[in-house]
Structures are given as C-alpha cells and as structure tokens.
Design a binder for this molecule. Sequence first.
Ligand code: 1HE
Length: 268
Amino acid sequence: MTVQIDPAGYKTLELKPHDDGVWVVTLNRPAKRNALDSHAIEELVAFFSAAPRAGIRAIVLAAAGDHFCAGLDLVEHHQADRSPAAFMHLCLRWHEAFNKMEYGGVPIIAALKGAVVGGGLELASAAHIRVMDQTTYFALPEGQRGLFTGGGATIRVTALVGQARMVDMMLTGRVYQGQEAVDLGLAQYMTEGSSLERALELARKAAQNLPLSNFAICSGISHMQNMSALDAAYAEAVLAGVVNTQPEARARLAAFADKSAARVRPNE
Ligand code: 1HE
C-alpha cells in the first residue's frame, strides 16, 4: 500500500522530505508569482493523491519568492483561448487537487506570505491550517478580471468567512490583511517572523499524533460537513469506533492512566 514519491519527477513543486515524516512542498515558480498553470495543477493532483499512501505524517505547503500564489495563470488562460468545456475540465482538475488535499487525511499547513489571491486563496483554503506573516494579504480579484472562481472558493472561502464577505470580496476586490484576516478565519496564526518556520513547528506537532487520528481529523471532519447532522453523528460514531480503539493508542492511554503522560494545562 505504500507508494514512493520521487521528488525528481516534479518541476513546479519542490518536494523536501524531512526525517520526522514532515514534507515541505514548495510552489516554485516565483518569477510568475507562483501562478497556477495547468502543469502545476497536475503536479498538485499527483502529489496529493500519493501523499496519504506514502507514509507522510504532515505537509507544509510553502512558496518561493515574496508571494504565496497569484492564482490562475492568467497569461496561459489568455493564450489558450479555452472553450467552456475545456475550462470546465480544467476546473475539475483543480477540484481534484484541492479535494485530495482537504480529504486526504494528511495534515497540511500552509505557510503564507504576500499575495494569497484568487486561485491562490482557493489553494490555501484547502489546507487544514493557514499561517500568515506580516506581508500576507487575501483577495478574490476574479470579478475585476472578468472571471469567476473555479477552484472551490464558493465552497471553502465561504466556509471560512461567510457568504456576505465572500460576495463583497468578489464584487469590490476587497483585500483583507493583518489581524482582521485572522479574526475572520482566513488564517489561524499570524507570525512576526517567518510563516514557514511557524508552519514547520505546527507540522512537527501534528506529526506526533497517530496517523489514524490525523486521518480522521483531516478527512472525517470535512466529510461530516457535507452530511446531515443525523448522518454526521452516525459517521462520527463509526469513525471513533475505529480510531479510538486502535492498538497504537494503547500505550498513550496507559501513560495517562499511570500518570506519566503530560496533562492539559493553560498557556503560561
Ligand atoms: C502572472 C500572474 C497570474 C503574476 N498569471 N502570470 N489573480 C490575480 O488577478 C492576480 C494577478 N497578479 C497580481 O496582481 C500581481 O502579479 C501580484 C500582486 C501577485 C504580484 O505583483 P508584482 O508587482 O510582484 O508582480 P507582477 O509584475 O505583477 O508580475 C510578475 C510576473 O508574474 C509577470 O510576468 P512577466 O513575465 O511579465 O515578468 C506577471 O505576468 C506574472 N504573473 N500573476 C500569470 N495570475 C480556477 S479559477 C481561478 C481564478 C483566478 O485565480 S483569477 C486570478 C486572480
């Protein structure tokens, strides 16, 4: 069941495995502000399809250069002069990539900086945790470009900030940044320093959880949002039946019972 991922097979994504099972995946097209062309989307599909079966414990999604991601490659889109069907199929590949991220069961921590706009925000919102730095800003400029979202913003950005704010962002090009972006839920953390360092810290922490627990957290919760409350409660019980009886948890429970495990305490 374990699959091998060969970093040499990727051109737009730079893949760096660490010893602790954390992989750093870097969008590496800084000259184009990491705009997502069709090739980049295929690499995201390939990597995030394989990641859950490759023994990866957590992923940091980072970016080269000053900007996280400028969204859809507008120049490629302009030059390709796509038909409605061709662009629909391209959007389905974006969904394939981002659904693999959100539902894959491997924690993904996005290390944000600079522009997180359009499809870049759609990409970031498919991660499980978003860390921003002081340079980070969020926007959905599709309306101004004569476009509409096609990579899941109507679902994921609406889930983060609510429908009214999402509509305003698209109609007026409103930009969110700083503490306000955290307060709205666009990011869960804001750092003074490097978002990559902070994201790595968080990824290492998450990587210490048992993989099956992380699978439930980074897959089950999203699935349950798509269900009725009744079905979600049922699915939660079934998932807990599997996760909460896993043999790998016995040592952790024993450590709590014999008082050698750390207790939950308030922050200092
Ligand atoms: C690009 C792209 C891109 C930059 N596609 N090439 N997204 C947008 O509307 C964002 C468009 N980009 C920007 O507003 C700015 O580029 C940034 C704020 C991100 C960065 O500004 P800056 O001054 O650092 O860079 P720049 O001079 O604008 O761009 C540098 C190069 O990156 C330049 O290429 P060059 O060959 O002339 O050097 C730009 O053309 C290129 N570049 N952004 C292609 N997006 C599934 S539907 C999703 C819908 C969307 O995502 S709509 C896209 C929204």
